[in-house]
Design a protein around this ligand. Structure first.
Ligand SMILES: Cc1ncc(COP(=O)(O)O)c(C=O)c1O
Length: 384
């Protein structure tokens, strides 16, 4: 069972940072890897041709292992979730009048590419909003399943909703998508690294993750899995290093049209970034060491008592069966002024995100009971 890992981070002692869903703090070893990467360019002779490939491949291997992808060559290095999702949108067939199914109030990086694609192809983005009332999570999932009709070309979702952690049953949703021949594109930015994800079991066509939240990496480097549907696709850029034989620098002007196998063609230009890549690798090593299931379990142990007590204060929280434990939305009781809560949080140095009428609590292994108590104190103060 995991114990608190705060000693591996450099967070201020008096801060209760419960906001990994915004951005994870830096692990000490990830920071050290970044500094070593900066120092390395003092002397470029230390960066040989092999380094352009070996280190990126290590990130592929580690991410593939984290999500049980069948082969590291199916992992692309991307600068952002938007980039990975734009790659997916560019390569999926969408007939006229077809449906692209998304959930209501999804993160914009996983909405705008589909709006553009729909406009270009004469297709329709079909948004499934969260229902009001009891059993919200279960009914939302049912509505999503109902929305995946035979005319659906793409289903684009997260594993959890980014504002409140509502869980989408990707096993059933993916099964339904395959039944009608639709592609399943998953934005794993708010779940992968903290909630187990198994590519071989869930069979998404693409899984796209920004790296700076639950993967605990630096900003501006993420990873994406692309399945066989994308094998002959067109990348957003025409990059030299993604070409077959690019390892031989002396032959780079013997231009070749063929790409490296798998999803490597979708790598961003300068993907070998000698600062960011070692940082993400160090972060993925730490996640593997802790274990994703153990991280989720740690989040549950921290959030269970918080949720029980928040409910007694009138906050609405999704049913346990339909939400994650690492990212939890507490919806304010009707009529409770938000400003009072924000002031109570600030006075106690508690950092969470406010999204609409919910506060988003996203704890990680650097948090402990003191952090949760400080948050509860703020909820009590705002109620009284
Ligand atoms: C669900 C989700 N996807 C993606 C992102 C980040 O997107 P991008 O990497 O395109 O900036 C966020 C950031 O909050 C997010 O919550």
């Amino acid at each position: 069972m995991l114990t608190c890992q705060k000693h591996r981070f450099s967070l201020p002692e008096d801060l209760h940072y419960l906001n990994t869903a915004y951005m994870s703090p830096l692990l000490r070893q990830v920071e050290a890897a970044g500094i070593a990467g900066i120092r390395r360019k003092r002397n470029p002779a230390t960066i040989d041709a092999a380094a352009f490939f070996a280190e990126s491949d290590r990130v592929r291997e580690r991410f593939a292992a984290l999500v049980n992808a069948p082969d590291p060559s199916r992992i692309a290095l991307i600068p952002s979730a938007s980039y990975g999702l734009a790659t997916a949108a560019q390569n999926l067939p969408v007939p006229r009048c077809a449906r692209i199914v998304v959930a209501g109030e999804q993160f914009p990086s996983n909405v705008y590419p589909w709006r553009r694609l729909a406009a270009e192809r004469g297709a329709v983005v079909h948004t499934v909003p969260a229902p009001a009332g009891p059993e919200r999570g279960r009914r939302w999932n049912e509505r999503l399943l109902d929305a995946i009709t035979p005319g659906t070309a793409i289903v684009a979702l997260g594993h959890v909703h980014w504002t409140d952690g509502t869980r989408f049953d990707l096993e059933r949703i993916g099964g339904r998508a395959r039944e009608v021949g639709a592609a399943l594109v998953v934005d794993g930015t708010q779940s992968v690294g903290a909630l187990p994800f198994d590519v071989q079991a869930l069979q998404p066509d693409a899984l796209v993750c920004a790296g700076y939240k639950w993967l605990m990496g630096p900003y501006s480097l993420g990873v994406a899995y692309f399945g066989p549907r994308f094998d002959d696709g067109r990348p957003l850029e025409e990059n030299w290093i993604t070409r077959r034989g690019s390892e031989v620098f002396s032959g780079l002007v013997d231009y070749v049209d063929a790409y490296q196998p798998g999803a490597v063609r979708y790598d961003v230009g300068e993907r070998s970034n000698f600062i960011l890549v070692p940082m993400l690798r160090a972060a993925l090593d730490q996640l593997a060491d802790w274990g994703v299931a153990a991280i989720q379990d740690y989040g549950r142990r921290l959030s269970d008592d918080l949720i029980a007590e928040a409910r007694t204060l009138g906050y609405a929280v999704e049913d346990a069966a339909w939400r994650s434990a690492h990212l939890v939305g507490l919806r304010l009781p009707p009529g409770r002024p938000r400003e009072r809560l924000l002031a109570a949080l600030a006075a106690r140095h508690v950092v969470v995100s406010v999204r609409g009428e919910a506060i988003r609590v996203s704890a990680h292994v650097y948090n402990d009971e003191d952090d949760m108590q400080a948050l509860l104190d703020a909820l009590h103060a705002a109620a009284g």
